[in-house]
Design a protein around this ligand. Structure first.
Ligand code: NAD
Length: 489
């Protein structure tokens, strides 16, 4: 992407084009609706279909009808279809980025980054489809051979959040299709247009009818519950909050469903005295402000050592204060609105709690006037350890900075959470960086970097941040079962 393209205004798009109904068995079924609101303006962009339990079962019927053929489709052919999905997403990059920016509110720069990231899952899994292996060896007893074959797990229900409307879907659909599974996707009702736009694209790329079905609903509990209790469904892959994840795990227990869970985070960002200050600030801006803080990997707690604390805070305030806040689709915008008014209310309450307990406001700290769901970039210093934001996801452009003296104290504070998704470490001493990384309870660590997401790497959390991994060579195995054959010959 060149600089001119980055700053160009997007072409107007007709959102209602992507609100044709539920996408089941390759056909569109219109149903009355869920309003999709532009968080930048509070205007209704389109009205999408509202699925019932019967619609959900029809989607499972379609996935079941398509399953035998898709499972039997040659890996090379499946790979070619995934490659075409990548090519079409790349071709429609700008249109998809504008749609994401409109329904989610994120800046065009972030939306463009998301489309590239989301498309890469198709390229990566197109490459993986033809490399799924098995095992063949002699049993230790010498009496037989051990054969292990990897088979598609079966019909998968995919549930995704609003914060990355394209990438959270493709991170599941691409490996599921690579594995030979058929799927029903239920995207978040705040951002369904991207999911439907992508459904059209998959069809054009040659994904057969029924292999990917997309349904939106205002009653996700009963609608997804009906699918999870259908014995034909064998997989749930969920990305969203830990609270909803717990509910779904309990539901999935009824049919002993295989579950992959990408849940909430509370990422610590550690800056040691010997860190390169500019690199730490660059990393902080990416880790905190990508998607205006609405990311599961967002730095939620900055732990900064005494010797660099004042300089880090001054640099962070300068950079956060210089960000241009505005509507997502304004090409100048660097920090868009939050997804809903409720999200702003939550951020506001967390900031009020911290300041009541003694935190100092170094920047921002007051919600913005509407229309639109805006909260300004905010930096809080001397945040007490018992502030609610030390334990809850802020999911917004608020950077709380905590002070520490000893390495052991920083590690203990970083681990003092039920979450364990992502963590960031900045130090000039690689030995210390790797040593601290080994003691942080987290599925992913960024060492002297502000970003770790990569389609070729295993993404996921420990503790209550999740189960399983997406991306990399691991992601496809989440949609497969090992079949062991003990053979004598
Ligand atoms: P959410 O849990 O409220 O919703 C996620 C999805 O679940 C949506 O599609 C929603 O409609 C659906 N849902 C809600 N209640 C349901 C129910 N009872 N039964 C079935 N489905 C239900 O999360 P959100 O607000 O959309 O997204 C933000 C959360 O997602 C944050 O906690 C964030 O950390 C997490 N997240 C995690 C990752 C990751 O990879 N670990 C990535 C992105 C977001």
């Amino acid at each position: 992407m060149n600089a001119a393209a980055t700053l160009s205004a997007p072409a107007a798009i007709d959102c209602s084009r992507h609100a044709r109904g539920l996408f089941i068995g390759g056909k569109w079924s219109p149903r009355g609706g869920i309003a999709v609101v532009d968080p930048s303006t509070e205007r209704v962009l389109a009205t999408v279909a509202d699925a019932t339990v019967a619609d959900a079962i029809a989607a499972v019927d379609a996935a079941a009808a398509a399953a035998p053929r898709w499972r039997a489709t040659a890996p090379r052919k499946r790979a070619e279809i995934l490659q075409r999905c990548f090519a079409l997403m790349t071709e429609r990059h700008e249109e998809l980025a504008t749609l994401i920016s409109l329904e989610n509110g994120k800046s065009l720069t972030d939306a463009r980054g998301e489309v590239s990231y989301a498309a890469e899952f198709f390229r990566w899994y197109a490459e993986e489809t033809v490399r799924i292996g098995g095992e063949f060896r002699t049993a230790p007893s010498g009496n037989n051979r051990i054969l292990v074959d990897y088979e598609p797990i079966g019909i998968a229900v995919l549930i995704t959040p609003w914060n990355f409307p394209a990438a959270m879907a493709t991170r599941k659909i691409a490996p599921a299709l690579a594995a030979g599974c058929t799927v029903v996707l239920k995207p978040a009702s705040e951002t369904p247009l991207t999911a439907y736009a992508l459904a059209e694209l998959y069809q054009e790329a040659g994904v057969p009818h029924g292999v990917v079905n997309v349904i939106t609903t205002s009653t996700p509990g009963p609608v997804t519950g009906a699918m999870l209790n259908d014995p034909r469904v064998r997989k749930l892959s969920f990305t969203g909050s830990t609270g909803v994840g717990r509910t779904l795990l309990a539901e999935a227990a009824k049919t002993v469903l295989s579950c992959s869970m990408e849940l909430g985070g509370n990422a610590p960002f550690l800056v040691f005295d010997d860190a390169d200050l500019d690199a730490a600030l660059d990393g902080a801006m990416v880790a905190k402000m990508r998607n205006a803080g609405e990311a599961c990997t967002a730095a939620n707690r900055f732990y900064v050592q005494d010797g660099i604390y004042d300089r880090f805070v001054a640099g962070l305030v300068a950079r956060m204060g210089a960000l241009k806040v505005g509507p997502g689709t304004d090409p100048q915008t660097e920090c868009g609105p939050m997804i809903t008014r409720k999200a702003v209310d939550k951020i506001n309450a967390l900031v009020a709690d911290a300041t009541t307990k003694g935190a100092k406001v170094a920047l921002g700290g007051q919600r913005s006037e509407g229309p639109g769901f805006y909260y300004p970039p905010t930096v809080l210093t001397e945040v007490p350890a018992d502030a609610a934001m030390a334990f809850e996801e802020i999911f917004g452009p608020v950077a709380p900075v905590y002070r520490f003296a000893e390495e052991a104290d920083a590690i203990a504070a970083a681990n003092n959470t039920e979450y364990g998704l992502a963590a960031y470490i900045f130090t000039g001493d690689l030995k210390r960086g790797l040593s601290v990384a080994s003691r942080i309870e987290s599925g992913m660590i960024a060492l002297n970097r502000g970003l770790m997401s990569d389609p070729a790497a295993p993404f996921g959390g420990v503790k209550q941040s999740g189960l399983g991994r997406e991306g990399g060579v691991h992601g496809v195995l989440e949609f497969m079962e090992a079949k062991y054959i003990a053979a004598s010959f």
